[in-house]
Design a protein around this ligand. Structure first.
Ligand code: BTN
Length: 255
């Protein structure tokens, strides 16, 4: 059990040595009525999923590959707030356990010195305007060494071990992540998004920077101005027009 403090997240653990994707298992558990706070953990994923249909490398025993089931009673359009909440929680957990500072690249990539150390995939089970459950997938590179990454990957990705110069106990970090999520989530359900928004902005990597938001519908370049109360990214283009970005890949143009 990864159950630590006085919370309940991580009390019910489904642990597997090797799975296609912990998201798949969590989705079926959620459909069968699993309690909020149930998690699925795997040592290895053979078909790990990333955002925007990409694959997520999940080699055996080196990282945290975890899915968490939430059942928030919030309207569907507020779901992006949860994604930002999870990113803040994961960043805080990393800092608590390792002392390393992980910045958040919108919406929810965690970067250390500009390289990705963790990613979050939030998937919904919803009906009409009502959320049945949220399946939060967290992938964190913990004990990979530089030699585990191809040269190409090591330009853009890193691990806690590479940055911290030592290995970490995955269970300790996963437990801290769950505890941070539960604390922020309880506060969010009572007090709303304002506190989470401030915490997110304090850790944001892309705010104020010139960025390109690339999506299936095209790309827009401009300055990242902030996020809205719904968790949407605001981008000001060179004509001063503000765009709301709901889903995109953020790149940093070199000029
Ligand atoms: C991203 O940055 O694109 C999100 C990556 C999310 C990866 C995690 S690992 C646990 C869970 N299971 C999956 O198949 N994906 C998520």
């Amino acid at each position: 059990s990864l159950y630590t403090g006085n919370g309940t997240f991580g009390k019910k653990v489904t642990y597997k040595t090797s799975v296609k994707s912990t998201q798949e298992i969590a989705h079926s558990l959620a459909r069968e009525g699993a309690l909020e706070g149930s998690i699925v953990l795997a040592d290895e994923q053979t078909g790990g999923r990333g955002r925007l249909g990409r694959a997520w490398q999940s080699p055996s025993g080196t990282g945290i590959w975890m899915s968490l089931i939430l059942r928030p009673e919030i309207p569907l359009q507020k779901a992006p707030q949860l994604t930002l909440l999870i990113a803040v929680a994961a960043s805080r957990a990393i800092e608590k356990v390792t002392g390393l500072e992980a910045a958040i690249k919108w919406p929810n990539d965690l970067l250390i010195k500009g390289k990705k150390v963790a990613g979050i995939l939030t998937e919904l089970q919803a009906e009409a305007d009502s959320i049945h459950s949220v399946i939060v997938g967290i992938g964190m590179n913990v004990n990979q060494e530089k030699k585990h990454f191809t040269e190409e990957i090591s330009e853009i990705a890193t691990s806690l071990a590479i940055e911290g110069g030592k290995t970490y106990k995955r269970a300790e970090i996963a437990g801290a992540v769950l505890q941070e999520i539960e604390n922020l989530y309880r506060s969010y359900l009572v007090k709303g998004f304002a506190v989470i928004k401030l915490l997110w902005e304090a850790r944001a990597y892309s705010l104020g920077k010139r960025i390109t938001a690339r999506s299936v519908t095209g790309s827009i370049t401009g300055y990242a101005k902030g996020i809205t109360d719904e968790g949407v990214l605001l981008l000001e283009d060179d004509n001063g027009e503000i765009h709301s970005i709901y889903s995109a890949d953020i790149e940093f143009p070199s000029h």
